[in-house]
Design a protein around this ligand. Structure first.
Ligand code: F3S
Length: 369
């Protein structure tokens, strides 16, 4: 099953432990062989998630990543952590985690949208661990990745290999159920995940949809239904390669979820430059009257300085490197309004918050009212 190079890695002082993890996973999933990957993306970066035990394990890792490796958001904005209400102790531990990743050669991208930094190519094999990015990579880009854990993605980063099974194999990427969808795609994804967990939906939309909407759909499907891939007619690069599923359902993007929000949080997954522009347009020179937190990556922030300056002048706060779910900073609020199906699923579970849902326009109207 292993090539000579892979056998040697097993004996290697620096890569050996990671190779053992990859081989153990290959056995669990009955993978006949390993496959070379072109990039890895590591999740579970927040100290809140890793804790002291995880930090200890990370500290003992040796070597360097063998492929381009990006990093998910951490538990705080690395510069504006005090403003978020993060304490000194958390800050120190979080920075230690970041330092370990840096030593391993991981790029400190701190975002769940690594495809904005470097878009993988069609057909490339990846080992990505952020569930929303996994769906986007498989479904919108046509790259191939299973839904990795933080540890397996790191082991793949160091060895440059992942077990060849699941969505790496073409025939396992066939759609299983046809979904006629209309309305808000965050909610379509949220409902489809609940109704059709683990399936590969084949979507037909009632209108032209944007890549930002597909990003929100990807995140919702992954969060509520453990879904790792979908097909969208006319969009997914492989949509013509399989038969249309016979079983079909209709899903609308409507939901009633209301509470009196003290915080409006946008950017799950992290905002693109287009979304930042759209938010600025929707605010339309009005003053933001409630807390409005917008999350994006440092890369997009760098490219959107002027837009961010204007947003902040109007009273919004644009944080990078983190998000409303992975940071404990949102716990000081009781009700948070979001436009994301993933945040709708995770904020009550991970942060014990009530959540109000609205599309981007509704969220901005709440923030200025
Ligand atoms: Fe990204 Fe955080 Fe949402 S990591 S997908 S913004 S939960």
């Amino acid at each position: 099953m292993l090539t000579e190079e892979e056998e040697r890695m097993l004996e290697d002082e620096e890569k050996g432990e990671c190779m053992k993890i990859i081989i153990a996973l290959a056995k669990v999933f009955d993978a006949e062989r390993l496959v070379k990957i072109s990039s890895a993306h590591i999740s579970g970066v927040s100290y809140d998630n890793i804790g002291d035990e995880g930090l200890e394990w990370l500290r003992n890792l040796k070597g360097k990543v063998a492929v381009r490796t990006t990093l998910n958001p951490a538990g705080m904005d690395l510069e504006r952590w005090k403003e978020m209400g993060i304490g000194e102790e958390f800050y120190r531990k979080q920075m230690e985690i970041i330092e370990v990743f840096k030593r391993l050669g991981v790029e400190l991208t701190l975002t769940c949208t690594p495809y904005y930094i470097q878009k993988p190519k069609f057909g490339e094999h990846l080992a990505w661990a952020e569930s929303s990015a996994v769906v986007y990579a498989n479904s919108v880009i046509g790259a191939r990745t299973n839904r990795e854990s933080g540890i397996s993605a790191l082991a793949s980063a160091i060895t440059g290999r992942t077990p060849y099974y699941g969505l790496h194999i073409k025939e396992n990427r066939a759609p299983t159920v046809l979904v006629k969808a209309r309305g808000d795609l965050s909610i379509v994804g949220y409902k489809a995940g609940l109704e059709l967990p683990g399936e590969i939906p084949y979507f037909i939309f009632d209108r032209r949809v944007s890549f930002d909407e597909l990003k929100l759909l990807s995140a919702s499907l992954a969060a509520s239904g453990n879904i790792a891939m979908f097909h969208a007619e006319g969009i997914t690069p492989e949509w013509r390669d399989f038969e249309r599923p016979r079983e079909s359902v209709e899903i609308d993007g409507e939901i009633e979820k209301h509470c009196e929000a003290q915080l409006v949080a946008i950017g799950c997954p992290h905002c693109s430059k287009e979304e930042l522009k759209e938010i600025l347009k929707l605010i339309a020179d009005r003053k933001v009257k409630r807390e409005l937190w917008i999350f994006t990556s440092r890369k997009v922030a760098e490219e959107s300085r002027e837009i961010i300056r204007k947003l902040e002048e109007l009273g919004a706060k644009v944080f990078k490197d983190t998000c409303m779910v992975v940071s404990p900073a949102t716990e000081k609020f009781e009700c948070v309004m979001v436009n994301s199906g993933k945040a709708l699923e995770y904020l009550p579970k991970k942060r014990r918050l009530e959540v109000s849902f609205g599309d981007l326009k509704a969220c901005i109207e709440t923030a200025v009212s």
